[in-house]
Design a protein around this ligand. Structure first.
Ligand code: ADP
Ligand code: MG
Length: 418
């Protein structure tokens, strides 16, 4: 049946109620259904989950999804159950389940009810789970958040590097790896480690045209500058990222003292207060959340109107992910970073005490961020270049360097007078 392809749009409508595919979804799904290894690079919110959810429903057996966070797993399983009458359609196995619950999961899988099984890598590599999975018909393996494989990614997890050997042990099936991290280094690491250098690669554009990028000099008046910015953006939701927990708390207090409805969020706070602050932000009871980068992973608030970096981010990758939380709905998203090269030394100091190799990587990533901050080239162009993407427009019309190219002129003038 050369060239005959299943009509996926009907299946999409039937199972998920959507009329059309987003971006590359259809081609990705066709490739996986054809039994090929598949590599998906798509920004956050692009619709990666559907690329394995839909095929799992159409293929024989159970798709195994490897995912790093229990909270993400639970959300996804709940979402799948919403689309189906059958609760057993999707399950997860992780450390939060007791023996009885795990037995139920296993019995659903063996009965053929379960089309998707989410596992954390720590659970996948457990001997008893490996032995069990050997007895299961596996349709494919999906490695979600696949950048966790790479030390050059923003969330390296050593146990992710054991996935390939375990897959070989359990039994081979096509692998689909998915990530929103698209730097060429990370991409290469993932493909090499998962043994899928020949996989078909589907890469979407990482451009976020609605985001405005600006880097401002960080002076002693940075707090005042931020207060002014927020007062000019009344009632808009915003996130302010600081590097240290101490700064998070200080700044939240300063903002509150200035009549701004702000709260703090960092991993050192007691979990009740932290969750409360997060929920209040999501429910719009507060406008501004001052946070460390612990805040944001898996949080989907569509109308965040600004993201401020109080300190230079640790990597351009992190910068892209964090600023990416603005303007999810396609509306305005102002991304303001305060930069001084003094912060570089502070950050390098933070890294001391870590293993040398890790320090080297950390320094390299930091230098790339500093180069971005100091550059007078279009921010969008630099950022996309970092992701291996060429931005062709002369002027993006939505970053400080394009809207106000004064620095560049000055630099040229300076050169002429030398
Ligand atoms: P990612 O993992 O790439 O960040 P998700 O898989 O979480 O993105 O999807 C983001 C949102 O897009 C979800 O709310 C999902 O239901 C929605 N979505 C995915 N595919 C489609 C589609 N074809 N049509 C409409 N909405 C979609
Ligand atoms: Mg995802």
């Amino acid at each position: 049946m050369a060239g005959k392809k299943i009509n996926l749009t009907d299946q999409l409508k039937k199972y998920f109620g959507f009329d059309t595919f987003k971006g590359n979804q259809e081609a990705i799904i066709q490739n996986l259904l054809a039994g090929n290894d598949t590599f998906v690079l798509m920004p956050t919110g692009g619709g990666k989950s559907l690329c394995y959810q839909l095929p799992s429903l159409m293929m024989e057996g159970t798709g195994v999804v490897i995912s790093p966070l229990i909270a993400l797993m639970k959300n996804q399983v709940d979402a799948m159950r919403n689309f189906s009458e059958e609760d057993g359609i999707a399950h997860f196995i992780n450390s939060s389940l007791n023996k009885g619950a795990i037995d139920q999961v296993k019995s659903d899988i063996l009965s053929g009810k379960t089309k998707l099984l989410y596992v954390a890598p720590e659970s996948l590599t457990k001997e008893e789970n490996v032995e069990f999975l050997k007895t299961v018909t596996i349709s494919f393996y999906a490695v979600d958040e696949a950048h966790c494989i790479s030390e050059w990614g923003h969330d390296f997890r050593p146990e992710y590097r054991r996935i390939r050997p375990i897959i070989n042990e359990i039994g081979k099936a096509p692998v689909i790896a998915l990530t929103a991290t698209a730097t060429p280094k990370v991409q290469h690491d993932i493909q090499k480690n998962l043994g899928m250098v020949d996989a078909e690669v589907f890469k979407s554009s990482f451009n976020r045209p609605n985001l405005y990028y600006e880097v401002r000099p960080k002076t002693n008046n940075v707090d005042r500058d931020i207060i002014k910015f927020i007062k000019n953006n009344q009632e808009k939701s915003g996130i302010i990222y600081c590097l240290s927990r101490k700064k998070v708390e200080e700044l939240a207090e300063i903002l509150q003292a200035n009549g701004i409805n702000a709260r703090a969020y960092h991993a050192g706070m007691d979990s009740a207060t932290r969750t409360q602050n997060q929920d209040d932000f999501l429910m719009e009871k507060i406008d501004v959340i001052v946070a460390t980068i612990a805040f944001g992973m898996g949080i989907d608030k569509p109308d965040v109107r600004f993201v401020i970096h109080y300190d230079i981010p640790k990597s351009l990758e992190g910068y892209y992910q964090e600023t990416g939380r603005a303007g999810r709905d396609g509306g305005e998203g102002q991304c303001i970073t305060f930069y001084t090269n003094k912060d570089l030394q502070k950050l390098e100091k933070f890294m001391q005490g870590k293993p040398v190799a890790e320090q080297e990587i950390g320094k390299q990533l930091l230098l790339e961020t500093a180069a971005y901050a100091e550059s007078s080239v279009c921010r969008r162009k630099t950022l996309l270049h970092y992701f291996g993407e060429e931005y062709m427009e002369e002027n993006c019309g939505n970053c400080d360097n394009c809207l106000n190219p004064k620095k560049q002129v000055e630099a040229q003038e300076l050169l002429c007078t030398v």
